[in-house]
Design a binder for this molecule. Sequence first.
Ligand SMILES: [Fe+2]
Length: 288
Amino acid sequence: MSLNFENLTENVGSEVTGLDMSRPLTDDARDRLERELAERSVLLVRGQIDLTPEEHIAFSRCFGDLEEHVLQNFCLPGHPEIFVVSNIVENGKHIGAYGGSKEYHSDLAYLPEPSMGSVFHCLECPEEGGETAIVSMSAVHDALPAERRDWLSRQSAIFDYVWQYERAHRDRPELTEEQKARVPPIGHPAVRTHPVSGNPALFLSEIWVRRFEGVADEESQTMIREILDFATRPEFTYVHKWQPGDVIIWDNRNSMHKACPFDEENTRRRMHRTTIKGTAPFFRAEAA
Ligand SMILES: [Fe+2]
């Protein structure tokens, strides 16, 4: 395999050419993809329309073990590693997660060991809308005013899945006590060090972050809103316009993403996501 990388924007994203995801990766190709992902937050691979769920899973496993989502009712039958994101209804039931993810987040950030990244495969998409927007949180970190950056580097952000679910998903079934017990509130460093690149990145999102530790909810929410207004400026963002067969790999350790709106009544969007396990976020202050 002869891999090539081309920047998608100045601060975020690389398009990969020369990669056939259905074939086993060499160690060298794996390492190059891992390093490029750590630097650029997002990799785009086009032309993978025939990628099977088995091949999707095998490729993803080159980067680590895979998560099985807390919402098993939205996983692909027979493939619990594949989380279906879709607005499609079959036999009166949604085939995948719907109506969520329109706000910036990184996947499974509310777990003690948030996922490392995701491999997101487009099978069907509308002609308009439904893009995925991705923000480089390392570029945002570097561009923040020094005083704000230093303050954030000393904060723990409290991620609370149940708090978010109960305020945002009134249309979904209530969580069972067993599901709630799997996702208690958790504190993560608001600035985390990337384990591969060593670069610091902001670790916040529009959902799940209830407050900074020791700061009241309301005051925290005002600050988070202000920081995220800065973070979502166009210069830190790549917006991907999907075509069937596109695959995006994103690094949850230095980016956040969201789905853009589309006509959910009259068009179809069907995406398969694998989610690679990660390790506990940490912050390592740079030597003075
Ligand atoms: Fe997501």
